[in-house]
Write a protein that binds this ligand. Sequence first.
Ligand SMILES: [Zn+2]
Length: 101
Amino acid sequence: MVVKPSEKEEEYYARMEFERKKKIEDEKNRNLAKKEKEQLKGLHFMKCPKCGLGLLEIDYKGIKVDKCSECAGIWLDAGELESVAALEKTGLDKLFSVFKR
Ligand SMILES: [Zn+2]
């Protein structure tokens, strides 16, 4: 079958149209994911991962420890466990006494 130039042209424009629409859809999806992330952060930020109630941030020697106001669970942000581990014994004892129930 011989393809007429006009058919090739139509195919080309159809593909261009598809790619243009795909770009718009991809952008929409990216924004949706971003929006969903923001919604999740709005729901969960500074909430206890165990019971869902508010976390209280307490700064101890530059380590911001989050303690649950309800179940007393203690949470650390990324890198803070390393900071706690680097404390000397007396510093560690003081930290534990600060966060005792
Ligand atoms: Zn809790």
